[in-house]
Design a protein. Structure first.
Length: 280
């Protein structure tokens, strides 16, 4: 976008060996924020104090432990917010791991396809009712606007209420389009078509798993969600929440090989000879 600035290398990031890639990730994050109309630039009211923000950097990993891409996230310093003034309810439920395993088991039994969607910058979709002001992100201050602050219209990562705002937004979306929320898991949604076929959706923050035999509903909800949210269709489910999902018709194999490799690499045991049992 034209209104995203090319930032100058900050001195406190010089230790990053891949600064150019991180800078591109920062630009991508700012593009998403501006495209989503997350804030308005305004003058700070006399009785208000803006909260700070910072950049966080983290690589997104593949199931085999390799780096998929570099992610930069603009995070508000929400620890300075005061309960009752800047936020109220903060709890946001996430799908139970047993629910996700149940969907995988049903898909395996009935030969349903497992679809996975990823919401880009999910928390930026949550709408704020509170009056919150944010300082300019480091490296993205336009000349002549140094005296202005960001009046937040939508949630930002790091805010106390950001997870709750996102959940309320996506929950109202599913209910509006005729889905029923499970009484046992508030992140499990179901819907039947006219032929009695079903679609099941499990939501874990920004990871969405879809399965069922109602192909028309699956295509329809995918199309609707990409119109409302900025999303990426990851195709068939292969890796989610540390679970690697492999399988063929009627057979599904779950493994957590990456979780097993991490402690081995941490303690220098990854090159050791393996044993058939852990008896030794």
């Amino acid at each position: 976008m034209s209104n995203v600035l090319n930032i100058v290398e900050p001195t406190n990031y010089k230790e990053a060996s891949q600064f150019k890639e991180w800078r591109a990730a920062m630009n991508e994050e700012m593009e998403s924020i501006l495209r989503n109309e997350t804030w308005d630039l305004v003058e700070l009211p006399k009785n208000k104090t803006p909260i700070g923000c910072k950049w966080l950097f983290k690589p997104k990993m593949n199931a085999d432990g390799s780096i998929e891409k570099l992610k930069a996230r603009l995070v508000a310093k929400g620890y300075s917010q005061q309960e009752g003034i800047d936020f109220d309810v903060t709890f946001a439920p996430v799908s139970k791991l047993n629910t996700i395993k149940m969907l995988i088991a049903l898909a395996s039994k009935y030969n349903w396809e497992l679809h996975q969607l990823d919401v880009k910058s999910a928390f930026l979709n949550g709408e704020l009712k509170e009056e919150i002001y944010l300082v300019h992100p480091e490296g993205f201050v336009k000349k002549g606007q140094e005296h202005l602050v960001c009046r937040l219209k939508k949630a930002l990562y790091g805010l106390k209420k950001a997870p709750r705002s996102w959940y309320e937004k996506v929950d109202s979306f599913f209910l509006e389009y005729g889905f029923h929320r499970s009484l046992n898991d508030p992140n499990l949604y179901t819907k039947y078509n006219k032929q009695g076929k079903i679609i099941l959706i499990s939501l874990y923050v920004d990871d969405i798993i879809i399965t069922g035999d109602a192909d028309d509903l699956i295509r329809g909800i995918k199309r609707l969600m990409t119109q409302v949210f900025e999303m990426k269709d990851l195709g068939r489910l292969h890796y989610c929440l540390g679970l690697e999902v492999c399988g063929d018709t009627g057979k599904t194999f779950l493994t957590q090989g990456k979780y097993a490799r991490n402690p081995l690499e941490k303690f220098g045991m990854d090159q050791c000879r393996s044993a058939a049992t852990p008896l030794q």
